[in-house]
Design a protein around this ligand. Structure first.
Ligand code: MN
Length: 254
């Protein structure tokens, strides 16, 4: 099995190195990852500048390339180019949760979804902490999730979004299939002045985790369970909208 490993924290991230090492016994691992931090770049791809691949030694004897592109670029470069097509893409291990609406911003999850767009099975895996990240549980879980995915394939276009609580292995209370909750960030726009007196802006914010009802990813990790959410790129809602009838009338199309 050919495994493409990527992430959004950058190729020197301890989580990426741990993931690539953990999957070496499962298949032939190739790493293509951003050369620098790309968290929260979402599903962007690069169309207006050249992309580079630079072979890099990440210290574990795995073929690895750093790219100046986004996580989605890395999946495209690692799937459609001269490196050949992988059988599976695994993205992570991200430092920081990817819960609820965070999947919309997440480079980690977007890399997995990019793979799904090319009909390649994919997993995104994150640990729910930015600092003092315990990688041991995620490192052990990643090859097991991959085995399970190979034995039980997902519907086309669907990826596994795995979030691991940042606790020791003996504190993990199980694993749960979840749906996305809602974190609701308290966003802040900070305005300051540069040395020339011109204003600049910097986003900041912290999640409020308002939707922590049972069944959600947020609820699961809060109760020390590993959360597995099936995520599809199709954002269509199955709701109904009465406004369309009025619109048809006003447009003279009813
Ligand atoms: Mn990240």
């Amino acid at each position: 099995m050919r495994i493409l490993v990527t992430n959004d924290d950058g190729i020197m991230s301890p989580g990426l190195v741990a993931l690539a090492a953990a999957l070496r016994d499962t298949g032939e691992v190739t790493v293509v990852a951003p050369e620098a931090q790309q968290s929260a770049v979402g599903h962007g791809i690069t169309l207006h500048k050249p992309l580079r691949l630079r072979q890099t030694d990440i210290g574990i004897g795995v073929t690895a390339y750093a790219s100046n592109g986004t996580p989605a670029d890395c999946v495209i470069l690692g799937s459609l180019g001269e490196l050949g097509r992988p059988d599976v893409v695994v993205s992570g291990i991200n430092a920081g949760a990817n819960l609820g609406e965070e999947v919309l911003y997440s480079g980690t999850v977007s890399a997995a979804l990019e793979a799904a767009l090319h009909d390649i099975p994919a997993i995104a895996i994150s640990v729910c902490a930015y600092e003092d990240v315990h990688l041991d549980v995620a490192r052990r879980v990643a090859p097991l999730v991959l085995d399970a995915l190979v034995r039980s394939p997902l519907a086309p276009g669907t990826v596994l979004n795995v979030n691991v609580p940042n606790v020791a292995a003996d504190e993990i209370r199980g694993i749960a299939l979840t749906r996305l909750g809602r974190r609701r960030y308290q966003d802040v726009v900070i305005k300051r002045s540069d040395p020339h007196g011109r204003p600049y802006y910097w986003f900041s914010g912290s999640p409020q985790e308002t939707d922590s009802v049972p069944g959600t990813d947020i609820h699961a990790v809060r109760h020390n369970r590993i959360s597995v959410t099936l995520v599809h790129f199709d954002l269509t809602s199955d709701g109904h909208w009465d406004g369309l009838g009025n619109l048809q009338t006003e447009l003279g199309l009813s």
